[in-house]
Design a protein. Sequence first.
Length: 478
Amino acid sequence: MSISVLFTRATLFAMQIVLGFILDARDYGIFAVVSVALAFVAGLQNAGASKVLIQKQEQYHSLVQDYTDFSLYVGLIGACVLVALGAAFGQFYRNSELVYVIGLSALSVPFTSLISIQFARLSIDLRFRELCMIDFHVAVMNVVVVLASAYLGARYYSIGLGLVASTTLRYFLNRRITPTLSASFRLSLPSFLIILGQVKWLIVTAFLTGLAQQGAYFVLGRAISAESLGYFYFGFQLTANIGQLLAQGIGSTLFPIFTAMKHDPPALNRAFLRATSVLHFACCILCLGVAGFAPWLMHFVWRGKWDMAILTAIALALTLPMRMLSPIGAVTLDSFGKWRLRTGLLVLDSGTMMLAALIGAHIDDLQGAAIAVALQRLFSGMVDFSFAVRILGGRPRDIAAFASRAFIPFWLPAAAVIALNQARPLLVADLRSGVLSALRTAAAIGIFAALVYMTDRRVIQEVLGVLRNLVLRRTRAT
């Protein structure tokens, strides 16, 4: 399963590398605005039916038909809303092309809504291997369609074409292996309103989650130039690939497991701490790699074309390990059904995200926005994590102790490698500079691992245990 996820993210990363040669910053600025429009209908693409079915899995067979029909209804509503948003965004951002690009993306919304029901069945059956294999096929389809259409001149339309093609493929692949019922229009209006009342907080939560993730683009689309927005989006996505690599497994894997364990608090607390330690360690390793090696790599690969995006990628990498505490905390709160608390935290997250982007852009345009958004992501990750710890019975001193053990070993080598890159930059497109940059990065990662071993040896033992289990599982499979 892990190899499938890694390969999926690698194909998407490779796609961004190739698109970096084909497209320019203005094209990526349109991608950013399209992602904002999709965030506004996130609650209708994933209306919470899957989470309710997972939580009430004992009643799955009696509930699934009504929830499937409900998902079809809200998916069609979401497609209509997205078309309307395309017209509104075309006026708001003064770009008529947005009407057509967003309208094309609307075709994927009904399929995405129905996919959530299929996901519930697969998660209840703990068929994570099949889910990851489908992710692999869908990612390949997305990469092929996006690159082919961009190369043939579709430019910013390529993202909509890839979204529609990959979503349609996912729906039919899921349907082939999942015993779900066909959607229909038989659900009555009273029944629709009853289900809507049950999932209203989940719909709001999905909308706010999307807004928290994409809200910076919504503000920056008017606060900075279209070209600067494209640089911000490009750098953001480079680092976001790391977060998505880890978060992809957090939501799909931990939510059903934590839900099943919620009646055994000691076991859930142990699972929470173990997952947090391992994921945080892995994220720190990857982010040190970005902070140390990304400046030279981005300059070398694109010969300076995307140098303006370097600061965004590094700023977000420095706070991503703290931000990754947010999905872990969210999964914990969801497993206990704390929908209103989650909604309040997401309002805080999305609001502070847009405010930080606006203030940062006002202070120093692209650079100010990058630094301000990165700091906000650190803040939101710690807030979500703190509430999860409290739900599990932890105390403020436990949160402070974890923060000191986890963050200081990361920030010390990160600060050192960034200071060295500033004092002796290696933005030269030759292999010698690349080797030196790689050595600096390797040294920072080694120092981080040594500091973790000295301050919290248990984390290293947990990581080695996970790696050992993965090797044994792969050996048995072969």
